[in-house]
Design a protein around this ligand. Structure first.
Ligand code: HEC
Length: 176
């Protein structure tokens, strides 16, 4: 670690309110005996998309993408593919924080979205018939562009769906 970075992290550490101190990992902690092997980062682990979904997405989106509308997590089941039918929706599915800030590589994220969006996936037939799978390169191009007004953009995309006559389930419009 460069000295300047060390100084910066120390400043941040000292500046944190005490209430947050407990979330800072204990740097003196040793792995449990027998568990000393270096951990493989998820982006290199080579798990299937369904395992990656369980590890990175299920906590919020639940097993079949049903989400938790009361907690602000929209339903994706049988609906999420509709985003691909409106302009801007294709980038949106990559740029939402859950996707873009996941620990997955670009290719893994492309595979996971394709897995969700196929006919038998979470999207359950809501994807357009001519659905073109994401590639790792496409994900890379969208991923680092930050959405400025996420709720506004989402509302806009949903409005566009409505004008196309697409049914919007109540659970797709969650209120936390
Ligand atoms: C911390 C909770 C959380 C996690 C973890 C999470 N998401 Fe999300 N996701 C949300 C919320 C909330 C939204 C609604 C848009 C927003 O506010 O980000 C959303 C929206 C989405 C959407 C757009 C659908 C819509 O209706 O807006 C996609 C696609 C998506 N998430 C994919 C993923 C994937 C893939 C993962 C795992 C790699 C993931 N999410 C992990 C909370 C989460």
């Amino acid at each position: 670690m460069k000295p300047s970075i060390l100084a910066m992290s120390l400043t941040l550490l000292l500046a944190s309110p005490f209430g947050e101190a407990r979330v800072i990992p204990d740097t003196t902690q040793r792995p449990a005996p027998g568990n000393e092997a270096e951990q493989t980062p998820l982006s290199q682990a080579g798990y299937s998309s369904s395992v990656n979904y369980r590890l990175q997405c299920l906590g919020c989106h639940l097993t079949n993408g049903e989400g938790s509308p009361r907690n602000g997590i929209p339903q994706m089941t049988g609906f999420v593919g509709n985003f691909l039918k409106v302009e801007g929706g294709r980038a949106f599915l990559v740029q939402v924080p859950g996707s873009s800030q996941s620990a997955l590589s670009n290719q893994q994220l492309a595979d996971l979205l394709n897995w969700m969006l196929r006919e038998e996936g979470i999207a359950g037939g809501s994807s357009p018939e001519n659905f073109r799978p994401y590639t790792g390169e496409e994900v890379e191009a969208y991923r680092n562009i930050k959405i400025k007004d996420l709720p506004g953009l989402r509302r806009n995309l949903i409005n566009r769906m409505e004008t196309m006559g697409i049914h919007i389930p109540k659970a797709a419009m969650p209120s936390p």
